[in-house]
Design a protein around this ligand. Structure first.
Ligand code: ATP
Ligand code: MG
Length: 567
């Protein structure tokens, strides 16, 4: 294609709200255009990249036996009522009514819709397994849309759903999808990690995320220095932790402790390592139908609460902070809360580290008092893993150091079991003629987010550096002076030759200065440029690799061969 025929509105202006390289460059290089908070148009270059990325996704999925479909984006709410998510899903779910007052949602994900497809058309185990996917728009009314394509409200997702007659077969498909996803992200030239993810209230290890490693990532992942272990902080575990400092010997007693509302103050007061203090955190857990309750989470003072783990521990939809006034109403005093003498009716969840723990100090649930000599040996309570793994903790698998890294979640695979098939009554007849709900898996890829992730990992201070399989064009031809007939006609010649060889080539035939065109090349990030300039008279042209901007002179009779080699 010729640049003169394309809409590529490049600009020097950094958009006001943009802080990430991908957001800035995708807009400045004319790939996308903002239309509202979290809403973007894809311009010709952006659409080309989107199609490239989608094609890689499609090729690999089709190769793994998946089938592409396309489901409606506007979804009758009735399916969501059946699954219970119409109530449960927060404000991210955009609900609206049509002129006849019927409820609808804009699909943020399509479990219900796909289950509906299959329950209507599959009756026997003979038609299983099935893996159906689509690459389609999603809408989530995100509370904080930001970072351009990274966290949009409308975005392109590949969402796949598999249906099986047994758990074993679902597990097999889960592994197949893990391998398939790895191939997709490798082909796209990304450095990524497969991490264990939070599986929500279901628990278990049936959920993995694919994280593109980038400092700008919104997710914290815990990685082991030595072995393969990697997990989202929301699901990370570690080797048991102990404390080298001697425990404080004390007989059980109530102790006056004024001005000790923080762990630091309490630790100073008693000259005790925070490991031996109990930090009691109050949260309001939100449940279906507007129900909520205040719950106490007790952890060692040396640790911090991991809210997603805590939320799962009580099967809540969400945890929110509680004000001092709200605490007072139920008999709790901020700074002096403790898990052992909690007011009647207040639930307590203990961290696993506190099971059978001794020599502890905790709040007395009385202003300015703490309890010392707390011994939880044999104490009957609810114990769950609710703490955040910290950097420097040790790997449960190999004992090496764990550290934090930042990642961009580009994919998520999940073993669902019968979570949706049961409430939606999606059943098949097994070999013995017995009716059973489908065992399901669900698999997502953030296709539009991938554009941002690729640029976050591949850019420099001049602009984008697309990877081979994601680039909008393989090579661009820059004519230094279009008024020079020899330059122009040589450019036309190699343009035609490369096109005939099936290479996607862009010809920058604009009547602009060379420097201007170079700046655009650097900003747009096509992997390779051929500059046809003054040296043509001596029989050579310049080849520039966008990654590193490394230049070499190539003789005109070798240029086609050289380009073919590089792409
Ligand atoms: P996140 O934790 O980033 O909000 P999620 O866990 O809600 O994502 P999933 O429901 O697993 O996301 O969706 C599948 C994939 O869709 C994600 O792995 C991510 O790549 C992509 N995705 C999710 N939300 C957005 C968004 N607001 N904008 C762009 N892509 C998104
Ligand atoms: Mg996810």
């Amino acid at each position: 294609m010729r640049v003169t025929q394309l809409l590529i509105p490049t600009s020097k202006e950094t958009p006001n709200d943009a802080t990430l390289a991908s957001h800035i460059y995708l807009i400045r290089a004319g790939f996308i255009q903002g239309v509202g908070s979290g809403l973007y148009n894809f311009l010709p270059l952006g659409k080309r990249v989107l199609d490239k990325v989608s094609a890689v996704v499609k090729e690999e999925l089709d190769g793994a036996g998946c089938q592409e479909v396309s489901l409606g984006f506007v979804t009758p709410a009735s399916y969501w009522v059946e699954s219970g998510r119409f109530e449960k899903y927060g404000k991210e779910l955009l609900r609206f009514k049509d002129r006849k007052n019927n409820d609808f949602v804009l699909g943020p994900t399509h479990e219900e819709m796909m289950v509906n497809v299959v329950r209507q058309s599959v009756k026997s185990y003979k038609a299983l397994p099935l893996n159906l996917y689509q690459i389609n728009l999603k809408f989530r009314d995100e509370i904080r849309p930001r970072f351009g394509l990274m966290r949009g409200r409308e975005f392109l997702m590949k969402d796949g759903y598999s249906f099986h007659s047994s758990v074993e077969d679902m597990n097999r498909e889960f592994s197949l999808m893990e391998e398939t996803y790895k191939r997709i992200f490798s082909r796209l030239g990304l450095e990524f990690r497969v991490v264990e993810a939070d599986s929500g209230a279901i628990g278990g290890s049936g959920s993995k995320e694919f994280m593109v490693l980038a400092d700008s990532g919104e997710d914290t992942i815990v990685v082991c220095d030595d072995c393969e272990y990697a997990a989202n902080i929301e699901a990370a575990v570690r080797a048991d932790k102990t404390c080298e400092v001697e425990p404080p010997e004390a007989i059980y007693a109530k102790f006056r402790t004024p001005n000790t509302t923080s762990i630091e103050a309490l630790s100073d007061f008693f000259k005790v390592d925070p490991y031996y203090l109990i930090k009691t955190v109050a949260k309001r857990a939100l449940y279906d139908e507007g129900k909520s309750e205040i719950i106490l989470f007790a952890i060692r003072g040396s640790e911090s609460l991991q809210e997603v783990k805590a939320c799962n521990a009580v099967s809540a939809n969400e945890l929110i902070d509680v004000s001092e006034e709200e605490l007072e109403k139920v008999g709790l005093i901020a700074g002096y809360m403790g898990p052992t003498k909690a007011p009647e009716g207040i639930q307590v969840v203990f961290d696993l580290m506190l099971r059978d723990a001794t020599h502890l100090i905790c709040g007395a649930n009385e202003k300015e008092y703490h309890l010392i000599g707390i011994d939880l040996k044999g104490y009957q309570g609810r114990y769950k893993d609710i703490i955040a793994v910290q950097e420097g903790d040790l790997c449960r698998h190999c004992g090496a150091l764990l550290r934090y890294s930042k990642g961009i979640e580009v994919g998520h695979i999940f073993q669902l079991g019968t979570q949706y098939s049961k409430p939606l009554k999606a059943e098949f007849l097994d070999e013995n003629g017995k009716s059973k709900p489908f065992e399901m898996g669900t698999y997502g890829i953030g296709v539009s987010r991938l554009l941002a992730a690729i640029i976050e990992q591949h850019h420099d201070d001049k602009g984008c550096i697309w990877t081979k399989e994601s680039a909008p064009f393989a090579v661009t031809l820059i004519v230094s002076n279009i008024k020079n007939e020899a330059q122009m006609s040589f450019a036309e010649e190699i343009y035609t030759t490369l096109q005939a060889k099936g290479i996607e080539v862009l010809l920058d035939d604009r009547k602009e200065r060379y420097g201007f065109k170079m700046k655009d090349f650097e900003l747009i990030g096509i992997p390779l440029a051929v500059v046809i300039g003054k040296n043509l008279a001596e029989g050579s042209v310049e080849l520039i690799k966008r990654d590193g901007l490394e230049k070499s002179m190539i003789s005109t009779d070798k240029i086609i061969e050289e380009v073919m080699d590089r792409v």
